[in-house]
Design a protein around this ligand. Sequence first.
Ligand code: ZN
Length: 282
Amino acid sequence: MRIANLSGRLALVSGDGRALDVERAGGGRFSADPQAVYERWDEFRAWAADTTLPDGAAFDPADLGSPAPAPRQLLAVGLNYRGHAAESGFAVPEGLPPVFTKFAGSISGPVTEVALPKGGHTDWEVELVAVIGRRAEHVAEADAWSHVAGLSVGQDISERITQLARPAPQFSLGKSLPGFAPIGPWLVTPDEFENPDDLELRCAINGEEVQKGRTRDLIFSVPTLIARLSALLPLLPGDVLFTGTPAGVGLGREPQRWLADGDVLESAIEGIGELRQTFVAN
Ligand code: ZN
């Protein structure tokens, strides 16, 4: 099953790319608010599976918002692929990877224009995003996937000067500028994938591929992250988890490369879809 945020309303998206408004199709049983559905995720899944629904309608991808537009918590994981840890000049983390937040005000839909901060070094990080569908507290790895509502594509856009500031790094601020957390194009439930632990992710700037990896190479897999994070704090329905980026970011290049005025960044994950960000000088 795929769900989307279409013009701020929860929609079911069919395999042929048509969208059905959930609030109308259900006669008001479920709210139109895309964020609200995660509180009743099991009930919603059962309803969608058991109900004969009418055909949806075609839509413009520019009208999509984030499938989780207002999570109570957004947790993002750093250094979760060996190649990216190496290009960033860090040792591979043990026990728990570094965790920060992208403040919710930075969340956007999948097709956007992003203003480049003046004098900044703005970088790209394609990432698999997991949205929590069931409160997770002290969850075992073996049970972790059952707490995931679905998967989406995320871009952890990062302004490196702020992120790596001295005397202490400012990961959360440097990664939370307006539009720096595009998510989409929709949410795909884990059962839709042959293996949700092995998906190809890639991104390109102006058609030139800059990142390509597979989620099987995550140092801490989605189930491991949920187990280790939920041992420390509860993960709540609708929370968003950015799982880390593979090698190929601008910071790790020789010479380093930053996003520039007019650049078009396309980020895609196998079996989910694509994001498209156009960057404009401020
Ligand atoms: Zn990241």
